[in-house]
Design a protein around this ligand. Structure first.
Ligand code: HEC
Length: 274
């Protein structure tokens, strides 16, 4: 075991005059130490500010306040306050209904487009005055575009087809596994319902079907209506109402089917019911 004495002996004797290198090293150590100290000082002050921000005078949720008559620190919204993105002033567009309670017959234009102005931003859409201000029931039909219907198809296949089936016949996978079977979209009653009705069913639910308002935004709900209409047409179109080109294709297909089977070609009224 080493004694203190032996340890002291092991330390090399100091030089009478330090070398240049040693001097430099000492200077560097001093500089680094000064920097470290400075940084530590900074850190202490930052923490202090953070704590001060955390502890500043403020009300916690539901805290009592002596300032207000009802002693609630949480103040009610001033009347007429609208959360950003929730103005929904355009009744036909946002509810699918008119103030009479009737359903809007056709898919309405979104409010921003109905006024003819291009929305500059999301905020513009929310804050602009809609024609609803003048007439709460004013609406204009939305022109159909392939893009709009395609969006509806995509959303329908995601949100509706699990129950209603991709054809809208009510034979979705969940139904095949035991969920209540919805009625087919191709029955006459639903074919004759106004567009607003489908929007309403999606927004508020129907019988055993839950509301899809929280999952499918308003614009997408209308796009789905457009696609449901397309589905209905796909199962109940009258030949004479189709574009000439499509009629020719259908005629050829019918003739081919006629050749291949001994059954009468069906020129009856479109099927009703499920
Ligand atoms: C979880 C299954 C399920 C999903 C998903 C679903 N539905 Fe339904 N839907 C039903 C059932 C079940 C009914 C019948 C309700 C009843 O009679 O209780 C129904 C009924 C309907 C009706 C008929 C209302 C009437 O007057 O007969 C429409 C229209 C409809 N759904 C549209 C949609 C659309 C559009 C979507 C997609 C956004 C959708 N549903 C998603 C289960 C579903």
């Amino acid at each position: 075991m080493r004694t203190d004495h032996a340890f002291v002996d092991a330390v090399p004797p100091r030089r009478a005059t330090p070398r240049r290198g040693a001097l430099l090293r000492a200077a560097t150590v001093a500089a680094v130490a000064a920097l470290a100290l400075g940084a530590a000082g900074c850190d202490v002050r930052l923490n202090e500010f953070r704590i001060k921000m955390y502890d500043q005078a403020k009300y916690e949720p539901y805290e009592k306040s002596e300032l207000f008559a009802n002693q609630a620190a949480a103040r009610p919204f001033p009347e007429g306050t609208v959360a950003r993105g929730h103005l929904a002033a355009d009744r036909p567009y946002y509810t699918g209904t008119l103030s009479s309670g009737d359903f809007v017959p056709r898919i309405p234009l979104p409010p921003a487009q109905a006024t003819g102005s291009e929305p500059a931003s999301e905020v513009a859409v929310e804050t602009m005055t809609s024609p609803a201000a003048a007439d709460p029931d004013a609406w204009q039909p939305q022109p159909m575009t392939a893009e709009f219907i395609a969006r509806g198809q995509q959303r329908f296949n995601i949100f509706c087809s699990p129950c209603h089936g991709r054809l809208g016949d009510g034979n979705g996978m969940i139904v095949q596994r035991g969920y209540k079977r919805p009625m087919s979209y191709h029955q006459a009653r639903l074919r004759n319902m106004p567009d607003g009705y489908f929007f309403d069913v999606m927004s508020r639910g129907f019988g055993q079907m839950p509301s899809y308002a929280s999952q499918v935004p308003v614009a997408d709900r209308w796009a789905i209506v457009a696609y449901v209409r397309a589905l209905q047409l796909s199962q109940n179109a009258r030949l004479a109402e189709l574009p000439a080109e499509v009629q020719r294709v259908a005629d050829d297909a019918l003739a081919a089917a006629d050749d291949n089977s001994d059954q009468e070609p069906s020129d009856q009224e479109p099927r009703d019911g499920e």
